[in-house]
Design a protein around this ligand. Structure first.
Ligand SMILES: [Fe+2]
Ligand SMILES: [Fe+2]
Length: 139
């Protein structure tokens, strides 16, 4: 693992954080049904969190000498609450797997700050995934 390779991996991770941000924000607007009252605020909060994750990763790419991507992937806002939660669960579990591996790679690189940043985001996503599974149980 070298810095250049890590920058490339983080660029892809950053794009996925922007995608999650865009998905949560869009769904906070498109969600319909009686769960909307609760979900729109929750989704907006998730969008804010994802933007925070993206910003931290972008700053790290910059610290490593790269130029962080500004590309925010297109997403489709969903109306159905269950479909939204299922997609969110998929995103969050993907983050857990990917960032656990990335934290190991950061360790190989000897970058403790990056390792901890990734572990923190992986742990946060694991908590989100646990909560999402509970929310989906009654669905
Ligand atoms: Fe995130
Ligand atoms: Fe998240």
């Amino acid at each position: 693992m070298d810095k250049k390779k890590m920058i490339g991996l983080l660029q892809a991770d950053l794009e996925k954080e922007y995608r999650a941000f865009n998905f949560y924000l869009q769904c906070s607007i498109t969600v319909r049904g009686y769960r909307r009252g609760y979900l729109k605020g929750w989704l907006k909060g998730q969008a804010d969190e994802e933007l925070g994750h993206a910003t931290a990763i972008a700053e790290k790419i910059s610290s490593l000498g790269g130029v962080a991507t500004s590309k925010i992937p297109e997403v489709t806002g969903l109306k159905n609450a269950v479909a939204i939660l299922k997609q969110a669960l998929e995103y969050e579990t993907d983050v857990v797997t990917r960032f656990k591996q990335r934290a190991q790679q950061a360790d190989e690189l000897g970058d403790l700050q990056l390792k901890l940043l990734l572990e923190e985001q992986a742990a946060e996503s694991q908590g989100e995934a646990e909560e999402l599974r509970k929310l989906l149980e009654e669905a």
